[in-house]
Design a protein around this ligand. Structure first.
Ligand SMILES: C[S@@+](CC[C@H](N)C(=O)[O-])C[C@H]1O[C@@H](n2cnc3c(N)ncnc32)[C@H](O)[C@@H]1O
Length: 229
């Protein structure tokens, strides 16, 4: 039997910007910006599964595809705002026959604001989020106060957060934002997380000799790393 090989462009955006709306098809939730209302729509996120792992800023999906393959008993959700990158994650998922990965094509902040209920997520990973190093762009960074309050809210008790970055200033920013509500052993940030895996940007920065900073936080008290052992 010939298995059809899917290319990224085989996933087409389902509507024009003018007709944009909330929409789910083929386990992809389309979550466009600038809608007049986000109320009353149920995207049927697969949150009923006993173990939920979300990655924000999934890029081309290399990292989460590997994790979904290695952990078929966990339901993964990838969130990426650039549709060209969502297409790449989608084609990898389809070509590898992965069933435990749901995609969100849209902005993390909208997902947090409108669609992620309290106490539903076991693990959150953010690999190489854009650091926005210039002060005048700092409003674009993730891990502002409201963002941290949302992740505190959506995580289950002892839920874990992993953040990996190549930017020392951003690493400090994340630590300062998280330290009040989460637990982290700060001296560990230069120690790679065991079995963390690799992503496109990780390889890029490592090939340029940059230091990589690994954060592992836990909601409530620090009971040890559950996911990466
Ligand atoms: C530097 S790339 C890292 C990609 C991937 N995690 C890796 O390590 O190869 C950051 C990614 O985050 C995405 N991103 C940034 N802000 C976002 C947001 N608010 N919502 C969804 N995705 C976002 C960008 O589109 C980009 O693909």
């Amino acid at each position: 039997m010939i298995v059809p090989f899917m290319k990224p462009k085989d996933l087409a955006y389902p509507f024009s910007f003018r007709d944009r709306r909330l929409f789910v098809e083929r386990d992809v939730f389309y979550l466009p910006n600038y809608l007049s209302s986000y109320e009353g729509f149920d995207p049927k996120l697969p949150l009923g599964h006993p173990r939920i792992f979300i990655e924000f800023c999934s890029g081309n999906g290399e990292w989460i595809i590997q994790k979904a393959l290695e952990n078929p008993d966990i339901q993964f959700i990838a969130v990426e705002k650039l549709f060209l990158r969502v297409q790449k994650i989608f084609s990898k998922r389809e070509n590898l026959g992965i069933k435990n990965l749901f995609l969100v094509s849209g902005d993390i902040n909208l997902l947090l604001e409108h669609f992620l209920p309290d106490d539903t997520v076991d693990t959150l990973a953010v690999n190489f989020p854009d650091p926005w190093p210039k002060e005048r762009h700092s409003k674009n960074r993730l891990f502002h106060k409201n963002f941290v309050a949302h992740i505190q809210r959506i995580l289950k008790p002892h839920g874990e957060v992993f953040v990996v970055t190549d930017d020392s200033g951003f690493s400090e920013w994340v630590y300062e934002a998280m330290k009040g509500d989460f637990k982290l052993k700060k001296e560990d940030v230069k120690k790679p997380l065991p079995n963390h895996g690799s992503s496109f940007f990780q390889r890029l920065w490592e090939s340029k000799g940059k230091d990589i900073f690994y954060h592992h936080y836990q909601k409530g008290s620090y009971v040890g790393c559950e996911f990466f052992k």
